[in-house]
Design a binder for this molecule. Sequence first.
Ligand code: URA
Length: 305
Amino acid sequence: MSMEEQPHDPLRDVGELVDSLRLAGIRFLPRQVPGFAVPVLPVAATPVLSVEQTPAEPPRPVPPPLPVPPVPVVQPPPVPARTITLAPRPAPLAPSEELFALETVNESSTQGLSLEERAARLAALADQVSRCTKCPTLARERTRTVFGIGPLDAELCVIGEAPGAQEDLKGEPFVGEAGQLLDKILQACGFQRSQVYICNVLRCRPPANRVPELIEAQNCKPFLEATLDLVRPRFICLMGATAGRTVLETGTGIGALRGRELFWRGIPLAVTYHPAYLLRYPEKKRDTWEDMKRMLARMGRAVPP
Ligand code: URA
């Protein structure tokens, strides 16, 4: 084995050093010989200092903190108040104030006609209505037209919406379930059905009893006006929203029309719920009864308790 191949032996190193010193005549060595201090290499890169130990370097002064420019406080934009956009209401057909203008008495085209002439003209009007085809769907679907029934110069005229199935078959207004309730209301007011003129806004039954379309009500309105002109009732009672809207030409709802002292061409008029509506909402009968009592008071008739 060559020398390079021998493992390093520190004791042998020390022995060789002592031998060389002895050969140089050196017998004693100070405890620490300069140049012979075995350098102690730091084991760790960072010296571990105990609490008592003084650090080799005085602590470096901590530089004052750099002035930090004030951070502007950005306020979030104000959240606008939540607004709910409502769909625009349909404009009323006429401002409700116009209802009072209806007090103005229009010249009736039937002034000066005898009772017989008025009856004859009413019969001719009913015949004209029976051949009407202004509303093609209604004309096609109807069994017959439903004109109106009652005496001329009736003390009261009741106007409903449109014929239903029973009325379409019979050709007479208010003969079905709603008609039976109407008869009871009239009786409670002291009227026989035969004393009252009864008709509708429409003369034809809408398919499946749907609410009449605006155009249908407009098409039929001249017939209604001519009827009222010939019958000349002393008082008119509009039953239901369709009658109120069509006769008064207003978008004002029935709730706001009830209880008001209205007129149509000088004829005093009241608005109340439709009997068919009362069949569905019996709790509204009490309101209708109040309307009827107000109507009777305006008519100068006895008002039941
Ligand atoms: N409803 C009405 O409006 N009229 C009738 O004739 C029957 C029911």
